[in-house]
Design a protein around this ligand. Structure first.
Ligand code: BDR
Ligand code: CA
Length: 320
């Protein structure tokens, strides 16, 4: 049975890779894609989602723009990481498709149908707004799997803060405090291990045709950023792990805990994981701490390039 999902995202290079994985996953019925401001302003993110849909000939899936500003903070984007256009400054042709402007209502209307989950790949503003607007309908969602936060890993925006949660910590706090929907945090502890290495990028270049060319093109900027910023060769692709985990629970392990969010001060954006049970509060999330990165990469590449499994196996021998 297919599971009904909304993909809430801010594409974004790794968001686009996550969309590609979702579009190639028969377990998912993608009800729509909602866009939030994060890596780029929401309007630009929507254009990028449409470019991915056009490439995959899936223009039947609707894109809805949601919130363009975080709840309280000013918007800070990540155009230094993802490029001015959010797709590594590749300037692929825009798809001439209508964009809808009611992302928050779309989330609520879908939630009312029942059995709908959200894979959230950006700041949680759309989710927090939906929760604020109609808590009862929001709580009908089946599950939220969110790429964001960090437990023991250092942050990528400050020592303690991961980008998605740092952009809009107030939204995260509201979701942690008020949502009754089962919540999994696919944070930097696990996503940092998902590296698209130069070897894998070259494999994609060799086997990938048009889709491969798109991936090689959009990741170029991201690879340069990773080298300059942290001397990583290749790029960390966070968001596809949330999609993969939604489909296959055996990819990651973790524990449930009470979660809270620091909304201001030097630790703004830090996820407080009450592993010591200091607050004695009901657990409101599952924190993932371990990942089988090779198994993820196999799933990712097999699904994107199903005709090239032999070549993928050859190259993945050296991936660990
Ligand atoms: C997250 O921040 C964004 O830059 C990525 O798209 C990902 O969702 C990683 O911290
Ligand atoms: Ca993202």
């Amino acid at each position: 049975m297919k599971r009904k999902v909304i993909i809430d995202c801010d594409p974004g290079i790794d968001d686009s890779l996550a969309l590609l994985l979702a579009l190639n996953s028969p377990e998912l019925e993608i009800m729509g894609i909602t866009i939030v401001s994060g890596n780029v302003p929401a309007k630009q993110g929507a254009k990028n989602a449409l470019k991915v849909l056009k490439l995959m000939k899936r223009e039947d899936i609707k894109v809805y723009i949601g919130e363009s500003l975080p709840l309280v903070r000013e918007l800070v984007t990540a155009q230094d990481t993802h490029g001015e256009d959010g797709l590594g400054e590749t300037n692929y042709e825009e798809a001439d498709i209508e964009i809808n402007y009611n992302g928050v209502d779309f989330i609520l209307d879908s939630a009312k149908e029942g059995d709908v989950s959200i894979i959230a790949l950006g700041p949680l503003t759309n989710l927090a707004k939906a929760l604020e607007k109609d808590e009862a309908s929001f709580n009908k969602l089946q599950e939220i799997v969110s790429m964001g936060g960090a437990f023991k890993s250092h942050g990528n925006c400050s020592q303690v803060a991961e980008f998605n949660y740092w952009v809009d910590p107030h939204s995260v706090k509201n979701v942690f405090d008020k949502s009754k929907v089962p919540f999994s945090m696919v944070g930097l502890d696990v996503t940092r291990e998902i590296v698209l290495t130069p070897n894998l990028i070259e494999l994609i270049n060799q086997i990938g045709g048009n889709l491969g060319k798109f991936i090689v093109d959009i990741t170029r900027f991201y690879v340069d950023f990773h080298w300059k910023q942290e001397r990583t060769l290749g790029c960390v692709i966070n968001d596809p792990l949330a999609v993969a985990y939604f489909i296959d629970r055996s990819l990651c392990e973790g524990f449930t805990s009470y979660l809270d969010m620091v909304v201001d001060g030097i630790a703004m954006g830090q996820t407080l994981v009450d592993v010591g049970e200091f607050y004695r509060k009901e657990h409101n999330g599952l924190v993932l701490t371990k990942v089988n990165s090779k198994k993820f990469m196999e799933m990712f590449l097999y699904r994107l390039f199903p005709d090239n499994k032999k070549d993928i196996d050859l190259v993945l021998k050296y991936y660990n």
